[in-house]
Ligand binder design. Structure first.
Ligand code: HEC
Ligand code: HEC
Ligand code: HEC
Ligand code: HEC
Ligand code: HEC
Ligand code: HEC
Ligand code: HEC
Ligand code: HEC
Ligand code: HEC
Ligand code: HEC
Length: 360
C-alpha cells in the first residue's frame, strides 16, 4: 500500500469515527426521533430519484424486499444510510462484496429496493434500541434470531438448485446456519462469499480431522489448492440412499461413489472387456478418499489388500508360503516382493484380449 492510499484509508476511518460518535450522541439525545432524517448525507445512500439512464439491476436483486423479522413485527425500514451511521466499518467492508454491488445497483435504479435490510430486516426497532436481542435479524449464535429465521431469509433468494435438500440435511439438522460457512459482510474469499479464505479452510473449522487426513503421504491435491471438499460433497444437502456405505456417501454430489470419482478419473470408468468386479462396484473397496499412509490412497498395503478377497483361492499353492516351509524360506514365486501388481498390472480392468487375469 502506498502512502496516498494509506492516507485515504486513514481519513475514511477517521470520518467513520466522527460519524459514529456524532450519531451515538444524537441517538441518545432523541431516542425516539427519526434518526435517519437527522444524519449527514453519505455517498452510498440513495437520496436521489431513480435515474432511468442507470444500468438495469440484475434480476436476482431487482426483486429484493425487506426481510420479515417475526421478532420485530412492528419495525419499519430505515434505509442503508441509517445503518451506516452506526456501522461505518461493516459497511466499508461490505462494499467489496457481490451482494453490495448487486443491491446498490438495484437500489440506485429503485430507491425502494433495500440494501442492508434485504438480509437484516426492518431496522427501526433496532436503531432505537440496539441492545434489544432479536430486534434486527442477526446471524450470530447470540444475536437472538432463531436459526430457521436466518436460513429462511437467505433462502428467499437462494432456494432450489444445489439447496433443494437443505431441509433435513445433516448440516441443517445439526443447527448450522448459512453464516457458518458464508460471510457476505466482507470479501474473505475469492469466490463463494465464504467465511474463510477458501472452501477448504471453511470446512476445516469444524472437520479438522478430515482436513488432517489430506496431510498423509498419499492424497489428492487438495492441500495444494487444486481441489476442494465441494468437488465431491454438496454441503447444502443431498439425496443420498444410505443403504450401502460402499455405494453412497454422505452429502455426495452424485448418486454413487463411482460417478463422483469418474468425474476426474474417466479412464477408470470402462467399460472393459475384462472387468474387476470390486472396481465396478465401488472405488472405496480399495481406496480411501481423504488420504492414506499406504501408496496411492489404498486402504491396506499390497498384498494384504488383495488377500482380503483372494486369500487362498488363487495360484496353485494358494497365496500362502509353500507348504512345508513355514518360515517362508522358499516362498511362492507370486509372493516375491509381495507385489501382486508386477503381474496383475491392469488392476482396474483390461481391454487386452489376453487380459482376463489383468496382466495387461
Ligand atoms: C443508533 C445506532 C445504530 C443504528 C442506526 C443501527 N445499529 Fe446495528 N447495532 C448498533 C449497536 C450499538 C450494536 C451492538 C449491539 C450489542 O452489542 O448488543 C448493533 C448490532 C447490530 C448487529 C449485530 C447483531 C448481533 O448480535 O449479531 C447487526 C446485524 C446490526 N446491528 C445491523 C444493523 C442494520 C442492518 C441497521 C440498519 C437497518 C442497523 N444495525 C442500524 C447500533 C446501531
Ligand atoms: C446478503 C445478506 C446481507 C446483507 C445485504 C448485509 N448483511 Fe450484515 N450480515 C450478514 C450476515 C450473514 C452476517 C453474519 C456474519 C458473521 O458470521 O459474522 C452479518 C453481520 C452483520 C453485522 C454484525 C457484525 C459482523 O460483521 O459480523 C452488522 C453490524 C451488519 N451485518 C450490518 C450490515 C449493514 C450495515 C449492511 C448494509 C450496508 C449489511 N449488514 C448488509 C448478512 C448481510
Ligand atoms: C435479495 C436477494 C438475496 C438475499 C436476501 C441473499 N442473496 Fe445471496 N445472492 C443473491 C444474488 C442475486 C446473487 C448472485 C447470483 C447468484 O450467485 O445466485 C447472490 C450470490 C450469493 C452467493 C455466491 C457469491 C459468489 O461470490 O459467488 C452466496 C454464497 C450467497 N449469495 C449467500 C447468501 C447468504 C448466506 C444469504 C443470507 C445471509 C444471502 N445470500 C442473501 C441474492 C440474495
Ligand atoms: C457447510 C457449509 C455451508 C453451509 C452451511 C451453506 N453453504 Fe452455501 N456454499 C458452500 C460452499 C462450499 C459453496 C461453493 C462455493 C463455490 O463453489 O465457490 C457454497 C455455495 C453457495 C452459493 C453459490 C453457488 C450456488 O450454489 O448457487 C449460494 C447462493 C449459497 N451457497 C447459499 C447458501 C445458503 C442460502 C445457505 C443456507 C441455507 C448455505 N449456502 C449454507 C458451503 C455452505
Ligand atoms: C460450523 C461447523 C461445520 C462446518 C463449517 C462444516 N461442517 Fe460438516 N458437519 C458439521 C456437523 C456438526 C456435522 C454432523 C456431525 C458429524 O457427523 O460430524 C457435519 C456433517 C458433515 C458430513 C456428514 C458426516 C456424516 O457422517 O454423515 C459431511 C460429508 C460434511 N459435514 C462435510 C462438510 C463440508 C464439505 C464442509 C465445508 C463446505 C463442512 N462440512 C463444513 C459441522 C460443520
Ligand atoms: C475425492 C472426493 C472427496 C473429497 C475431495 C472430499 N471427500 Fe469427504 N468423503 C468422500 C467419500 C467418498 C466419503 C465416504 C468415505 C467412507 O465411507 O469411507 C467421504 C466422507 C466424508 C465425511 C463423513 C465420513 C467420515 O469419514 O467422517 C466427512 C465429514 C467428509 N467426507 C468431509 C470432507 C471434508 C471436510 C473435505 C475437505 C477437506 C472432504 N470431505 C473432501 C469423498 C470426498
Ligand atoms: C475434482 C477431481 C477429482 C475427483 C472428483 C477425484 N479425484 Fe482422485 N485425483 C485427482 C487429482 C487431480 C489427482 C492427482 C493426479 C496426479 O497427480 O497425477 C488424483 C489422484 C488420485 C489417486 C492417486 C493418488 C496417489 O497418491 O497417487 C487416487 C487413487 C485417486 N485419485 C482416487 C480417487 C477416488 C477413489 C475418487 C472418488 C472418491 C477420486 N479420486 C475423485 C482428482 C480427482
Ligand atoms: C481392487 C482394488 C481397487 C479398486 C476397487 C480400485 N482401485 Fe484404483 N488402484 C488400485 C491399486 C492397487 C492401485 C495402484 C496401482 C499401481 O501402483 O500401479 C490403484 C491406483 C489408482 C490410481 C492412481 C494410478 C492410476 O492408475 O492412475 C487412481 C487414479 C485410481 N486407482 C482410481 C480408482 C478409481 C477411480 C476407482 C473406482 C472406479 C478405483 N481406483 C478402484 C486398486 C483399486
Ligand atoms: C473386495 C474384494 C476384492 C479385492 C480387494 C480384490 N479383488 Fe480381485 N477379484 C474379486 C472378485 C469378486 C473377482 C472375480 C472372481 C471371479 O470371477 O471368480 C476378482 C478377480 C480377480 C482376478 C481375475 C481372476 C479371475 O478368476 O477372473 C485377478 C487376477 C484379481 N482379482 C487380482 C486381484 C488383485 C491383484 C487384487 C489386489 C490389488 C485384488 N484382486 C483385489 C474381488 C476382489
Ligand atoms: C509372478 C507373477 C504373479 C504374481 C506376482 C501374482 N500373480 Fe496372480 N496370477 C499369475 C498368473 C500367471 C495367473 C494365471 C494362473 C492361471 O490362469 O492358472 C494368476 C492368477 C491369479 C488369480 C486367478 C486365480 C484363479 O484361481 O483363477 C488371482 C485371483 C490372482 N492371481 C491373485 C494374485 C494376488 C492377490 C497376488 C499377490 C499376492 C498375485 N496374484 C501375484 C501371476 C502372478
Amino acid at each position: 500500500m502506498d502512502l496516498r492510499s494509506c492516507g485515504a484509508v486513514f481519513s475514511a476511518v477517521l470520518a467513520g469515527c466522527v460519524l459514529v460518535f456524532g450519531v451515538t450522541g444524537i441517538g441518545r439525545a432523541q431516542q425516539h426521533g427519526d434518526i435517519g432524517k437527522s444524519l449527514p448525507a453519505t455517498n452510498l445512500s440513495s437520496e436521489k430519484q431513480a435515474d432511468p439512464n442507470l444500468p438495469r439491476p440484475a434480476p436476482g436483486f431487482a426483486n429484493a424486499r425487506v426481510a420479515d423479522n417475526p421478532l420485530a413485527p412492528d419495525a419499519r425500514p430505515v434505509g442503508e444510510k441509517t445503518c451506516i451511521a452506526c456501522h461505518q466499518l461493516e459497511a466499508d467492508h461490505f462494499t467489496h462484496t457481490l451482494h453490495a454491488l448487486g443491491l446498490h445497483v438495484a437500489n440506485r435504479s429503485d430507491p425502494n429496493i433495500p440494501v442492508c435490510e434485504a438480509c437484516h430486516g426492518p431496522g427501526s426497532a433496532h436503531a432505537q434500541n440496539p441492545q434489544a436481542k432479536g430486534s434486527i435479524i442477526a446471524y450470530t449464535k447470540n444475536g437472538g434470531t432463531p436459526i430457521e429465521v436466518q436460513t429462511k431469509t437467505c433462502l428467499t433468494c437462494h432456494a432450489g438448485g444445489p439447496r433443494d435438500h437443505w431441509a433435513g440435511s445433516v448440516h441443517q439438522r445439526n443447527g448450522l446456519s448459512c453464516s457458518d460457512c458464508h460471510n457476505p459482510m466482507a470479501k474473505f474469499s475469492v469466490e463463494g462469499s465464504m467465511a474463510k479464505r477458501s472452501i477448504n479452510d471453511t470446512c476445516a473449522t469444524c472437520h479438522k480431522d478430515i482436513r488432517a487426513q489430506f496431510d498423509r503421504r498419499s492424497h489428492m491435491p487438495l492441500p495444494e489448492g487444486q481441489m476442494s471438499c465441494d468437488d465431491c460433497h454438496n454441503p447444502h444437502g443431498a439425496l443420498t440412499n444410505n443403504g450401502n456405505p460402499m455405494l453412497n456417501f454422505p452429502l455426495s454430489k452424485t448418486n454413487t461413489v463411482n460417478e463422483t470419482c469418474w468425474q476426474c478419473h474417466a479412464e477408470k470408468r470402462g467399460p472393459f472387456l475384462w472387468e474387476h468386479p470390486p472396481v465396478r462396484e465401488s472405488c472405496l473397496n480399495c481406496h480411501t478418499p481423504h488420504g492414506s499412509n499406504n501408496n496411492t490412497l489404498l486402504t491396506l498395503p499390497i498384498p494384504a489388500l488383495c488377500q482380503q478377497c483372494h486369500a487362498s483361492s488363487a495360484h496353485a499353492g494358494g497365496l500362502q508360503t509353500r507348504q512345508g516351509t513355514a518360515n517362508g524360506a522358499r516362498p511362492e514365486p507370486q509372493m516375491i516382493g509381495r507385489g501382486c501388481l508386477t503381474c496383475h498390472a491392469s488392476i482396474h480392468g483390461s481391454n487386452a484380449p489376453s487380459g482376463p487375469r489383468f496382466h495387461q
